[in-house]
Design a protein around this ligand. Structure first.
Ligand code: ADP
Ligand code: MG
Length: 756
């Protein structure tokens, strides 16, 4: 007998086991049993005669038919390379199967023989072709089944012959495994059956009470049924159980990670009256919203505790997260700590620094004339600063003079040393990896894990928050500060309604005449540019996802900001002051352009997605997004958040050359139809496959969720979460949970789940 931990070579023999390890990395019986079918044998349904066939390349198909013609041929350019082509009877389109080096086969697969052929569909000049399919002779004179081992071993197991045997094949369903030409799905199936035949009962992984409460199949039953059950209802029960397994495995890793993080010592910073928090609150030009106050109360409490805060603050663009983070940082500074704010782009880092300095006023003027008595300093560190500027910034950071340190990735460098880092704020989390945020946190004094506040404007559906961000607590700002204007969004189907685009430019002229400003966004910088550099990986990914095969790929390449600027300057916007902004400008150039736009010296900013995140110019009221089909749903929503930030109503126009009925067209219509970020996030989630959304990687390979769907299984995920919390409290080393989480962990270390 065998157990789930036994090595496959011991159970199956080396000859069968080695290819499984080489091709798929399967080493143990457990690995093999968790190598689940990708689908079931619809394709095994034997195709009847005269049936019209409409099968895609790569689909698995099985025929039982009589050979109408069998021809031995020679490959032209390789001498004496023989191959056999058999043609099935009465098939439309014509079906052939090809076998190379058919030494014995040419004597067996002859005209008039009844055979079963099973393999992957290929097409060649209109003929359906199976190359080296698994085959079995069904009417051999000896009555003995003859053919490929994978098929004959199934046949042998049924003890039937002739038409009875065929009936067995038709009655059963078969699992189809992710396979390749070296190890075919039939080989895997044969191995699975062989392993199951000798397998001892598999130990239960979930607590008994949980299995009962959710009326689940046992682990043992599920691992068998998912492969070999012939009963569809039973198979579905197995899948249900394995979905729970997957959710529990995923959550276990996250719950362990969170608990070990919470077990660390944080820098306690009790709120103190009369310090910077009090002074700042008094000088705010507005009242905090109820939502902001609630979130701050929670954060303030957690900052006072001796264990580190690990919290994500999500809130629509413009919901006022920045001031929340500022007040949180001031609480830390009041207690003698420094804070680091990590921004995803230079533009944003610079903007944060200037707006924080402006908000703080005299409170940020320590050591300066007019600085307040207990003032602190705001230091900025970005990659494009001069060596001297960097040195100055680093000095303020190391000495502890700067209470707030704002920067990009440059902050992560080893040369940056803090005097007493107590809190890390990460703005727009999705651009940073967990590893990066941990690198910054490691700059705290020995033995201290700083508090962490992650801010994101991308609304995150609950299931995703529980998985990709499952190690963070979340707070949400749902309301926008009073006085915020709605954004009207329209789509322009450029090819169908060309006059509308002209109307868009007119509209910009009108808005500028009324004293407003506009953004015009394009996806490329110039002809050399594939995608905007700053958001390259992301844009690429979004593009790949966004463009569906049914959309016309022969569209001309998307317009570039350089061409757009030139064309508009000569044509429809010739009377306006246009500015150009993209990721290839130097830091100084970017600052100059943004400064001029903020100061109203530029009317229209023609730009790439560098302006996507966080940029705040309340006077901008129009945004035109060219080739909007190039962008993902969340990205469009983010972009749109750059307008509607002042007292004036705003307009966003999504321009595409694709037709309204195309998938992309429908997606744009959906974005235009709602301003609810959570609704759009759900839509986004449903459109992408789970692995992409999660960005889960293990050993450089994406982790694919096989059963769990973030779009469908909120209940399962919640139950699994609760389960893991409960189990962790009683036994952090629970062996069942460890087994389930093994696919999501590596080297005993919890694999970070992250979106970036
Ligand atoms: P985001 O959540 O996108 O980072 P910001 O913090 O940039 O939003 O806030 C957007 C704008 O709203 C800023 O100009 C900010 O000063 C302003 N703001 C923040 N909170 C309030 C409030 N309670 N009342 C009025 N305006 C506010
Ligand atoms: Mg912001």
């Amino acid at each position: 007998m065998a157990t789930i931990d036994d090595r496959l070579d011991y159970v199956l023999g080396k000859k069968a086991a080695d290819p499984l390890e080489e091709q798929f990395g399967l080493r143990t019986v457990g690995d093999l049993l968790r190598y689940f079918p990708r689908k079931y044998s619809d394709a095994m349904t034997v195709r009847g005669e005269g049936e019209e066939l409409d099968l895609e390349e790569g689909e698995h198909v099985t025929f039982v038919d009589v050979i109408a013609k069998a021809e031995v041929k020679w490959a032209k350019n390789q001498r004496s390379r023989e191959y056999l082509v058999v043609t099935l009877r009465d098939r439309r389109p014509k079906v052939t199967a090809t076998f190379f080096n058919p030494k014995y086969l040419k004597k067996t697969l002859i005209e008039g023989t009844k055979v079963m052929l099973s393999g992957e569909v290929g097409y060649f000049r209109g003929t359906m072709q199976l190359t080296h399919p698994a085959f079995m002779v069904l009417d051999s004179p000896s009555g003995k089944t003859f053919g490929t081992k994978s098929l004959t071993s199934i046949a042998a197991a049924t003890d039937a012959t002739g038409d009875d045997l065929l009936a067995e094949f038709e009655k059963d369903f078969f699992p189809i495994y992710p396979a390749n030409s070296k190890v075919q799905t039939w080989d895997i199936y044969a191995c699975v059956r062989q392993a199951l035949a000798v397998l001892d009962p598999v130990p239960e992984t979930l607590p008994e009470w949980f299995v009962r409460e959710h009326d689940l199949m046992s682990e043992d039953q599920a691992l068998r049924a998912v492969h070999v059950s012939v009963n569809e209802a039973e198979r579905n029960r197995a899948i249900e159980r394995l979905t729970f397994d997957e959710a529990a495995g995923l959550q276990w890793g996250l719950v362990s990670r969170r608990h070990s993080a919470l077990a660390a010592s944080g820098p306690p910073a009790a709120r103190r009256d009369g310090g910077l928090v009090t002074q700042m609150t008094a000088q705010l030009p507005f009242e905090l919203t109820a939502g902001q106050r609630e979130v701050l109360a929670v954060i303030s409490e957690e900052l006072s505790a001796t264990r580190p805060m690990i919290r994500m603050l999500q809130g629509e663009v413009g919901s006022g997260k920045t001031v929340v983070s500022l007040l949180a940082m001031l609480q830390m500074i009041d207690a003698g700590y420094q804070c680091a704010l990590l921004a995803p782009t230079e533009v944003l880092a610079v903007q944060h620094a200037s707006s924080m300095r402006a908000m703080l006023g005299a409170l940020a003027g320590a050591g300066e004339l007019g600085g307040a008595e207990n003032a602190t300093r705001v230091a900025l560190l970005t990659g494009s600063m001069s060596a001297a500027q960097k040195r100055d910034a680093r000095r303020e950071i190391t000495s502890g003079a700067a209470g707030i340190v704002i920067g990009t990735h440059a902050l992560l460098q080893d040369a940056v040393e803090f005097d007493n880092l107590g809190m890390v704020v990460v703005d727009e989390q999705h651009r940073f990896g967990v590893e990066q945020r941990d690198r910054l946190r490691a700059k705290a004094p020995e033995g201290i894990t700083p508090h962490l506040l992650v801010m994101t404007a991308t609304p995150i559906p609950r299931t995703l928050a529980l998985t990709a961000y499952g190690d963070l607590e979340t707070s949400t700002l749902r309301e926008l500060p009073r006085g915020r204007q709605p954004i009207k969004t329209s789509t322009i189907f450029q090819t169908q309604k060309p006059t509308w685009l002209a109307r868009a430019w007119e509209r910009i002229n009108e808005e500028v005449a009324a004293g407003r400003q506009a953004y015009i966004v394009a996806s490329r910088i110039d002809e050399d540019d594939e995608d905007e550099k700053a958001g390259k990986a992301k844009a690429k990914k979004a593009t790949a996802k966004v463009r569906d095969s049914d959309d016309d790929d022969r569209l001309p390449p998307p317009v570039t900001v350089v061409d757009l600027l030139a064309g508009l300057q000569r044509g429809p916007l010739k009377d306006l002051r246009l500015g150009l902004m993209h990721g290839r400008l130097s830091g100084d150039e970017k600052d100059a352009v943004m400064g001029a736009f903020r100061a109203g010296q530029i009317d229209v900013l023609v730009c790439t997605t560098v302006i996507e995140v966080g940029v705040d110019v309340p006077n901008a009221t129009v945004m035109v997004v060219m080739d909007a089909d190039r962008f993902g749903i969340s990205q469009l929503h983010q972009l749109r958040g750059r307008i509607g930030r002042g007292q004036h109503p705003s307009l966003c126009l999504l321009v595409t050359r694709l037709p309204e009925e195309s998938k992309a067209g429908q997606r744009l219509t959906a974005v235009a139809g709602t301003q609810d970020g959570f609704e759009l996030a759900d839509l986004d989630l449903r459109e992408r496959s789970e692995g992409d959304v999660l960005g889960l990687y293990q050993s450089g390979r994406p982790i694919t969720l096989k059963f769990l769907s973030l779009a469908q299984h909120l209940e399962v995920i919640l139950a699994a979460r609760e389960l893991c919390e409960t189990v962790y409290e009683s036994d952090p080393l629970d062996s069942g949970m460890a087994a389930l989480s093994a696919p999501f962990t590596e080297d005993d270390k919890v694999q970070f789940l992250d979106m970036s």
